[in-house]
Design a protein. Structure first.
Length: 125
């Protein structure tokens, strides 16, 4: 199982200072949840602030014993959500969480901000 954790409090840079607007992270969570609805082995949850506030919207893709990937600078919507879910399904199918670059959906390229190894060992890269 791979989980996509969506920051629900993210605001895109151009709108970050306007606190009268709903955070775009809420729309991102809705879009990712809809895209993942029928996809096996991918779950979605929301949480406040992943500490990448300068480049919202942010998400983390993780699974037990696997590499975690943090991605940001997404505009909320179906296009980003579908790319993230496609990537998460490949992460779920990988023993280490590694997805070969040639298999990355176009929509995730240029959005990676961090890769975090699992606590229980360092996978071969
Ligand atoms: S508000 Fe989304 S990372 Fe901080």
């Amino acid at each position: 199982m791979t989980t996509i954790t969506v920051c629900t409090t993210c605001r895109q840079p151009a709108l970050r200072d306007d606190k009268t607007r709903t955070p775009c992270g809420e729309a991102m969570l809705a879009a990712v949840s809809a895209a993942a609805e029928a996809v096996p082995d991918v779950s979605v949850r929301g949480t406040a602030c992943l500490m990448g506030c300068e480049h919202g919207c942010n998400v983390a893709i993780s699974g037990a014993g696997k590499l975690t990937y943090v991605l940001g600078a997404f505009a909320p919507g179906a296009e980003a959500a579908e790319a993230l879910v496609e990537y998460a399904a490949k992460h779920a199918a990988s023993a280490s969480g590694t997805v070969p670059y040639r298999e990355w959906p176009q929509g995730v390229k240029g959005h990676f901000t961090a890769r975090v190894p699992p606590l229980d060992g360092l996978p071969e890269l």
